[in-house]
Design a protein around this ligand. Structure first.
Ligand code: FAD
Length: 469
């Protein structure tokens, strides 16, 4: 039986040493000054820069890597067809700005698979079994919601019902590793409960990385230009790079919470401990994608079929078969298992994927593999992980991370209280930080900030209480 999204939603209220894709170099010398410098050309950085340009202020984006997109990275080189090494789904079509932006950029927006299949060994789950799973998810989500209203924040794992039986491992994977990149025992119940629903996923046929790169086309930016030191005060800021220094009146810093916490940029003076502690409490989880090109559809699955398994451990994964009608199948691994596996390197990851598929679908898989590739986001030096999720007690850190530091404004998915771990959350955070920076330099009237759009919270994503990836 296939679980539809409706089922899933009613049941409860996703660098590698990445090759450079779509390189765009800064032809002119790096400017020596700007009104606002943006550090990082991921979704948050591009959103911030566009906002600053719209206010007719001079902006320059410095990006450490060789491409635009950060954790939105479309690989068209490896297999000759686009696949997203990072984010691929755009959730919540009614409110997600990325969808409108994709259409305006003349990219094709496609709907994600309608259902998710569950394997129990080599067969599909029966209707009754799927219902049992959905019921288990409802109960698990409810328990997390209830715990989030308690006096003290706790970890999600500690409040799961003890009688989820054969579905405990799958519920754990769907709600924890696959949603937040962490096992539930490492995730704050409050952070999880406050995450807005991530439903009705849409994809961009040319890739979400392609979208961010296209949105950055008119933005003045310098690739392969890491900010090494930022000297800041309440009045101005100087960003040092190997190509020279840029003096500005404000800065928007969009590097990941792990890059910030690891001291990837030196600050003079140091940024307050308050912000550094916040970044550490919003550490990035692990989510990686193993992609296999399979000849002859040996899995017997349809275009964009999404599959999870009944599992009694964290050693499990999520399959997206025949991606966009191609012969590519992606196997996502996440949480502590995914982290350990990715640390062993690409061959170990590919071996796991083949073993896992063979376990679920039969013995012909190995012979059908034509080519493979795997991301290793935890080892990607300018990202150091997949997406932020708060440690127990750490939910308040999102707000703290977004507090101004002199004339620096921090942005990025980790600063979004409810859409953390998403592209639209990163985008919104970039716009918000740009507005604050513009206000600081007097380029925007100090109006009451518009009340944030309230997206209905319910549970999580494309799997109940989970992201659809
Ligand atoms: C495998 C995976 C699957 C995902 N799936 C989804 C999904 O389906 N849907 C969804 O909405 N979200 C998904 N996400 C999450 C999403 O990708 C992120 O939330 C979002 O892209 C983060 O954007 P950002 O701008 O905050 O950070 P980033 O994209 O990390 O951008 C920060 C930028 O700063 C740069 N940088 C770092 N250090 C420096 C420096 N010293 N100087 C200059 N630049 C620097 C980095 O190179 C990077 O380009 C997924 C993430 C991963 C890893």
């Amino acid at each position: 039986m296939t679980m539809t999204r409706r089922d899933l939603l009613s049941a409860a209220a996703s660098l590698a040493a990445a090759p450079a894709f779509g390189i765009r170099a800064w032809a002119a010398p790096l400017p020596r000054e700007a009104d606002i410098v943006v550090i990082g050309a991921g979704a948050a950085g591009i959103a911030a820069a566009r906002r600053i340009m719209a206010a007719n202020r001079k902006v320059i984006v410095v990006e450490a890597s060789g491409q635009i997109g950060g954790r939105c990275l479309t690989d068209t080189a490896t297999f000759g067809v686009p696949f997203d090494r990072g984010a691929r789904w755009m959730y919540n079509p009614e409110t997600n700005p990325m969808i409108k932006l994709a259409r305006a950029a003349a990219l094709d927006v496609t709907t994600a698979p309608i259902g998710q299949k569950i394997r129990i060994g080599r067969r599909n789950a029966r209707a009754g079994e799927t219902e049992q799973f959905l019921a288990a998810l409802v109960r698990a989500n409810r328990a997390i919601d209830e715990a989030s209203r308690g006096k003290a924040d706790v970890n999600c794992g500690s409040v799961l019902p003890k009688d989820l039986g054969d579905w405990a491992g799958t519920a754990e994977f769907v709600l924890g590793a696959s949603f937040a990149g962490k096992d539930l025992k490492d995730v704050s119940a409050i952070d999880k409960a406050r995450a807005q629903e991530r439903n009705a996923a849409l994809a961009c046929r040319q890739g979400l990385g392609t979208l961010i790169a296209k949105l950055g086309e008119q933005v003045p930016l310098s690739l392969s230009t890491p900010a090494s030191r930022v000297s800041w005060s309440n009045r101005d800021v100087t960003v040092e790079t190997p190509s020279g220094k840029i003096a500005a009146r404000a800065a928007v810093v969009t590097v990941s919470s792990n890059v910030l916490a690891a001291g990837g940029i030196r600050f003079t003076p140091d940024i307050p401990k308050r912000q550094l502690d916040a970044a550490a409490k919003l550490s990035l989880g692990s989510l990686d994608r193993i992609v296999l090109q399979l000849s002859g559809n040996p899995l017997g699955l349809a275009r964009d079929d999404s599959v999870i398994e009944q599992s009694n451990s964290t050693r499990t994964a999520l399959l997206l078969a025949n991606m966009a009608g191609s012969s590519l199948c992606s196997i996502d691994v996440a949480g502590s298992f995914g982290r350990d596996l990715a640390a062993q390197g690409e061959p170990a990851m590919v071996a796991f994927a083949m073993e896992w598929l063979t376990k679920l679908f039969g013995s012909e898989i190995g012979a059908a593999v034509r080519k493979s590739s795997a991301t290793r986001w935890n080892a990607a030096p300018f990202t150091l992980g997949a997406m932020s999720s708060a440690v127990p007690g750490g939910q308040g850190s999102r707000k703290i991370l977004a507090e101004p530091v002199g004339c620096m404004f921090l942005a990025g998915e980790a600063t979004h209280e409810t859409l953390w771990g998403t592209v639209d959350g990163a985008w919104e955070s970039g716009e918000r930080a740009a507005d604050a920076a513009l206000r600081r330099i007097g380029a925007l009237r100090d109006e009451a900030a518009p009340a944030p759009k309230q997206r209905r919270r319910t549970a999580p994503a494309g799997s109940p209480g989970a992201r659809v990836n």
